[in-house]
Design a protein around this ligand. Structure first.
Ligand code: FES
Ligand code: FES
Length: 886
C-alpha cells in the first residue's frame, strides 16, 4: 500500500492504494467523477477513459495510481459544466459531434491535450491526436470538425455566440444543438454504469464456453463460501417462466439443462464487489456433455440434424411470389446468377450491456416496486417480457442515457439476469459486464446466404428476380422481424414484375441473431445491387442509367404487391449523377499499375412505419408556460430529443428551453413501439403533432394563453396525440403478398476507392450519399446519421465479422479508428413525405443499406473481380486476383 496525493480538477485528494489500483477506479468509485467511461476491457483500446495527467492525455484505465503521486489531473468535469462549458465542449455540441455521447468525454479530453500543445492542428494532426479514441456513431467527420471549431474558438477567431443558431433562425431546418449534447460533453449525463445504488450487489455471470452441450452438473459449493459472496442465482431460482419472449419464448434468462451457443448464460454469482463475484465465478465447476454443433444453416437443415430446440430447426419458410419469375427468366435477354453471403456481425456500441436494478418501497414486501435501469429502446415492450420471465408484477423500466445500440436493444440482454438477482437476493443489483461479455451476450446481425438470379429484356428493363435466402438465426429466434423486413424490401428501388423468393430462417448453434442497423435490408440489398451491376455489365448499359431506368414509379407495386403512392428514387439518384460522372473521369487515370481506382454505386429503399402500428405522445401545458412532452422515444444517439423539442418549439412558437422532455420511464409514458427502423420521427413526431394541434385548438377556442386559462374554462391542460400507420393485410404465408412499409426512404451512395493489387488493401477515397430526407428538422443530426452509417457500411463491406470465440475486443473486431475515416459528402434531397410530421422522416437505418454494394462494385470496377462473400478482406481480394490470373 502507498499513500498518494493527487490534484484533481484543482482539488487536493489523498488515497492509500495498492499497486494495482488504476486511476479510473479512483475517479469513478471514490470521487463519483463518472465522466471518464470504460468502453474496452481496460486494454487501452477505446480512449473513453481519457483524462489529462500533467498535461498529457492518459488512459485512466491503465494509469496505476501508485505512480501518480503529486500529479495534476483534469477530468471532463474539471473543464466545464452544461451551464458554463469549456470552449471545446461547446464546439462538440455546436458541430453535432455528439450522438450517443459515450465517447465524448474521452474525445473532449484528447482534444484538450492536443490543442494545449498545438492550437492550429491540421486534419492529419487531429487524427494523430485522437487516434486512441474510438467512436461508433459519427464516422469521425463531425469530431474532426469539432476539433477544428474548438481551435478557432481558442485562437479567438470566432466565438460560440457567433456560431450558435438563434431562436430567430427558426426551429425547422436549423441545427440547434441537441438538448443532451452539453450534459454528455461535460460528463454529467449518466449512463447505466454511472448509477451507484447504496448496498448494491455486483454480478458476475458464467457463460457457456461450448456451442452446444447438455449441462450435466453444476458445483457452486466452493464459490458460495468465498469472501463477499451473497450467493448464486440459477435458473431454478427464477420465479417466472425464465424465458424472454419477444416473439417466441425460446431464450432463457439462465440456461437450466442445455447451452446452445458460446456465451449462453448459466448462472450468476452475486457479491459485495465485482472482483469478489469474478473470483468466485472461477471456483464454479460445470460438467458438460457435448452435442453435435450446427455450424451453419445448411448443416441445421441436413437430414437427421440434431434439433437446437424442441422443434425442427427450420423456424420459418416464407416465399414471396409475384408473377411467374421462372418463365420470365427463360424469356429474358440477359440473366445473371450469383451467390452472395453476408456475415454475422456485432453492432459494436461503445457502452457495455449494463443493467442496474433496485427496489422502491422495499418495506412493502411482495408489493415493492422493482426498478430496472438499462439501455432499452422499447421500454414498454420489455417491461412485460421481464415481468413474465421473472415472475414479478410490480416493476418499472427506466432508460438511462444509452451509449449506442444500432438495433440490438430491440432485445433484452442483461436486464433479465439483473432483475432476477434483485428478486432472489432482495438487494439492489449492478450487473456491469465488460466488452468481451457484452459481445457474447448480444444479438448479432444475421448471416444471410443468398442464391440470386436477375433478368432483363433487351431494352434493359428488369424482368424477374429470384433469391433463395437462408437466414442463420443462431441459437435463439428473438423475432423474425429482420427476415420480414428483408422480404418486404427485397425489390429495393426497382420495378420488378416477376419475383420468386424463398426465405428460410434456421436455428443453428451460432450466436443468436436479431435486429441490426437496417435489419435484414443491408443483406438483401447487397445481393440485389451487386446483381444489378452484373446485369448492367452483361447488357452493356451504364449501371447508373440501368438503375434509373428501372426505378419503381408511383402506381406500381413492390415485390409484396404493395402499390406505392410516392417514390422519389429518380430525384435521389439524379442528385448523384454529377458526382458519378466526375468520379469516373478521375478514376480513368488510374486503371493500370499496382494501385487502381474504382467507382461504384449502390441504392436502397428503407421502409418506415409497419402497417397498423401506433405511436402515442402526451403533451401538457405547464403552469409556468412550458410544454411537457411525455413520449417513450428512446434516444440512443439519433437526436430524437432534438426532433421532439424543435417540432414543439416550431408549432407552439416558444423557445427551445420552454420544452420539457419525459421520455425514459414506463411510469410516465405510453407504449409506442421501439426506437428502431427509423420510425421515431415519422411515428412519434406525427403523434406529437396530433397532441400539440389538440392543445392549440383548445387554447384558440377559448382564447387561453396559459394553463390557468385552460383550467378556468374547464379545459384540460394535457392532450394525447396518436399516429397510426396505414393498415395492410398480413403477409400471405404462401405468396408473401400483402404488406409493405407506409413510407420508403431512398438512398444512393457513390464510393470512390483504391485497391492495392499486391496487398489487397482497400483505401476509401470518398463516399457521397444522397437521401430523400423529407423535410429536414435538424440538418446536423440528419447528416450525422448518414456519416455514421456510411462508416458502418464500409466496415460491413471490408472488415467486420463476429466470430464466436475469436472476436473478443476492439482489435479483433477491427473497430474503425479516426485514421480509417474518409471524406464524406451528403446530399439531402428534400422531398416531403406525404404523411410525415411537416413532411419529415428518419434516415438512421437506411444510411448503411447502399454502402456495402457500392464498395464491392467499386472494387470490381478497380480490379475486375467480384467479392460476393463479405467482408472483402485483403486476403479475399488477393485470392480473387490470383484466381483471375490462372
Ligand atoms: S477503458 Fe481505458 S482505453 Fe478503454
Ligand atoms: S457519439 Fe461516439 S460512440 Fe456514440
Amino acid at each position: 500500500m502507498k499513500r498518494v496525493r493527487l490534484t484533481i480538477n484543482g482539488g487536493i485528494h489523498e488515497f492509500v492504494v495498492d499497486a494495482e489500483k488504476v486511476l479510473l477506479d479512483i475517479l469513478r468509485d471514490n470521487l463519483g467523477l463518472t465522466g471518464a467511461k470504460q468502453a474496452c476491457d481496460r486494454k487501452g483500446q477505446c480512449g473513453a477513459c481519457t483524462v489529462i495527467v500533467n498535461g498529457r492525455a492518459v488512459h485512466a484505465c491503465l494509469a496505476k495510481v501508485v505512480s501518480l503521486d503529486g500529479a495534476r489531473i483534469i477530468t471532463v468535469e474539471g473543464l466545464g459544466t452544461p451551464e458554463n462549458p469549456h470552449l471545446i465542449q461547446e464546439a462538440f455540441a455546436l458541430t453535432g459531434a455528439i450522438q450517443c455521447g459515450f465517447c465524448t468525454p474521452g474525445m473532449v479530453m484528447a482534444t484538450k491535450a492536443l490543442l494545449d500543445t498545438n492550437s492550429d492542428p491540421d486534419v492529419e494532426e487531429i487524427k494523430r491526436g485522437l487516434r486512441h479514441n474510438l467512436c461508433r456513431c459519427t464516422g469521425y467527420k463531425k469530431i474532426i470538425e469539432a476539433v477544428q471549431l474548438a481551435s478557432r474558438f481558442i485562437r479567438g477567431e470566432t466565438t460560440p455566440d457567433d456560431v450558435r443558431p438563434r431562436p430567430a433562425d427558426g426551429f425547422i431546418g436549423v441545427s440547434h444543438p441537441r438538448p443532451s449534447a452539453l450534459p454528455k460533453a461535460c460528463g454529467t449525463a449518466h449512463f447505466t454504469a454511472d448509477i451507484r445504488i447504496p448496498g448494491a450487489l455486483e454480478l458476475a455471470v458464467l457463460r457457456s464456453p461450448m456451442p452446444h452441450a447438455r449441462i450435466v452438473s453444476i458445483d457452486t459449493s466452493q464459490a458460495e463460501k468465498m469472501l463477499g459472496v451473497a450467493g448464486v442465482l440459477r435458473a431454478a431460482d427464477i420465479k417466472g417462466t425464465n424465458f424472454l419472449k419477444l416473439q417466441v419464448p425460446d431464450r432463457p434468462v439462465l440456461c437450466s439443462d442445455k447451452v446452445r451457443y458460446i456465451g449462453d448464460p448459466i448462472l450468476a454469482v452475486a457479491a459485495e464487489t465485482k472482483a469478489q463475484a469474478e473470483a468466485a465465478l472461477e471456483a464454479v465447476k460445470v460438467v458438460f456433455d457435448p452435442l453435435p454443433v450446427l455450424e451453419n444453416s445448411e448443416a441445421a437443415l441436413a437430414e437427421g440434424a440434431v434439433w437446437v430446440h424442441n422443434r425442427p430447426n427450420l423456424f420459418l419458410d416464407q416465399p414471396v411470389i409475384k408473377g411467374d419469375a421462372e418463365a420470365a427468366l427463360r424469356n429474358s435477354a440477359a440473366v445473371v446468377e450469383a451467390r452472395f453471403r453476408t456475415p454475422r456481425n456485432y453492432m459494436a456500441p461503445l457502452e457495455s450491456e449494463a443493467t442496474v436494478a433496485y427496489w422502491e418501497d422495499e418495506d412493502k414486501g411482495e408489493d415493492a416496486l422493482l426498478v430496472i435501469v438499462g439501455r432499452s429502446i422499447n421500454i414498454h415492450n420489455h417491461l412485460p417480457m421481464l415481468q413474465e420471465a421473472l415472475g414479478w408484477e410490480n416493476m418499472s423500466y427506466v432508460e438511462a442515457y444509452c451509449g449506442g445500440q444500432f438495433g440490438i436493444k430491440i432485445d433484452i440482454m442483461s436486464e433479465g439476469i439483473a432483475g432476477a438477482a434483485a428478486i432472489h437476493f432482495k438487494r439492489p443489483i449492478r450487473y456491469i459486464p465488460g466488452l468481451a461479455e457484452s459481445m457474447l451476450m448480444t444479438s448479432k446481425r444475421q448471416a444471410f446466404d443468398m442464391q440470386v438470379k436477375l433478368g432483363a429484356d433487351s431494352r434493359g428493363k428488369l424482368t424477374a428476380y429470384c433469391n433463395n435466402i437462408l437466414v442463420d438465426k443462431g441459437a435463439y429466434l428473438s423475432s423474425t422481424a429482420s427476415a420480414g423486413r428483408a422480404l418486404m424490401t427485397l425489390s429495393g428501388s426497382y420495378h420488378i414484375p416477376n419475383v420468386n423468393v424463398r426465405a428460410r430462417v434456421v436455428y443453428t448453434n451460432n450466436p443468436w441473431g436479431s435486429a441490426a442497423r437496417g435489419a435484414g435490408q443491408p443483406q438483401v440489398s447487397f445481393a440485389l445491387e451487386c446483381a444489378m451491376d452484373m446485369l448492367a455489365d452483361k447488357l452493356g448499359i451504364d449501371p447508373f442509367e440501368f438503375r434509373l431506368q428501372n426505378s419503381l414509379q408511383p402506381g406500381q407495386s413492390k415485390a409484396t404487391g404493395w402499390v406505392v403512392e410516392e417514390w422519389p428514387f429518380p430525384e435521389v439518384i439524379k442528385a448523384i449523377r454529377p458526382h458519378y460522372e466526375r468520379a469516373r473521369k478521375e478514376a480513368a487515370a488510374y486503371r493500370k499499375g499496382r494501385v487502381r481506382r474504382g467507382v461504384g454505386i449502390g441504392a436502397g429503399a428503407h421502409g418506415v412505419g409497419r402497417p397498423g402500428e401506433v405511436a402515442v405522445v402526451a403533451v401538457e401545458l405547464d403552469p409556468d408556460g412550458c410544454i411537457s412532452i411525455y413520449a417513450a422515444a428512446a434516444d440512443p444517439g439519433e437526436g430524437n430529443d432534438s426532433m421532439l423539442t424543435q417540432l414543439t418549439a416550431h408549432l407552439m412558437n416558444i423557445p427551445l428551453d420552454r420544452v420539457r422532455l419525459y421520455t425514459r420511464d414506463t411510469n410516465l409514458t405510453a407504449a409506442s413501439g421501439p426506437a428502431a427502423g427509423s420510425r421515431i420521427t415519422y411515428m412519434m413526431g406525427g403523434a406529437l403533432m396530433d397532441a400539440l394541434e389538440q392543445l392549440k385548438k383548445a387554447m384558440q377556442e377559448i382564447g387561453a394563453k396559459t394553463a390557468q386559462g385552460l383550467l378556468a374554462a374547464g379545459r384540460p391542460t394535457r392532450y394525447i396525440g396518436r399516429k397510426k400507420a396505414q393498415d395492410a393485410p398480413a403477409m400471405d404465408p404462401k405468396t408473401g403478398q400483402g404488406p409493405a412499409f407506409v413510407s420508403d426512404i431512398h438512398g444512393v451512395q457513390l464510393v470512390e476507392l483504391e485497391v492495392d493489387t499486391e496487398t489487397g488493401e482497400v483505401k476509401i477515397l470518398k463516399v457521397t450519399a444522397a437521401v430523400d430526407a423529407g423535410t429536414v428538422i435538424n440538418p446536423q443530426n440528419m447528416t450525422g446519421q448518414l456519416e455514421g452509417g456510411m462508416d458502418m457500411g464500409v466496415g460491413m463491406a471490408l472488415r467486420e465479422e463476429y466470430v464466436a470465440g475469436q472476436t473478443k475486443d476492439w482489435v479483433t473486431f477491427k473497430f474503425p479508428t479516426i485514421r480509417d475515416s474518409f471524406p464524406m459528402e451528403t446530399i439531402l434531397v428534400q422531398t416531403p413525405r406525404f404523411r410525415g410530421p411537416l413532411g419529415a422522416t428518419g434516415v438512421g437505418e437506411m444510411t448503411l443499406v447502399p454502402t456495402a454494394p457500392a464498395v464491392i462494385s467499386a472494387i470490381k470496377d478497380a480490379i475486375g473481380v467480384w467479392i460476393c462473400d463479405l467482408p472483402a478482406t485483403p486476403q479475399k481480394i488477393k485470392a480473387a486476383l490470383a484466381a483471375l490470373k490462372r
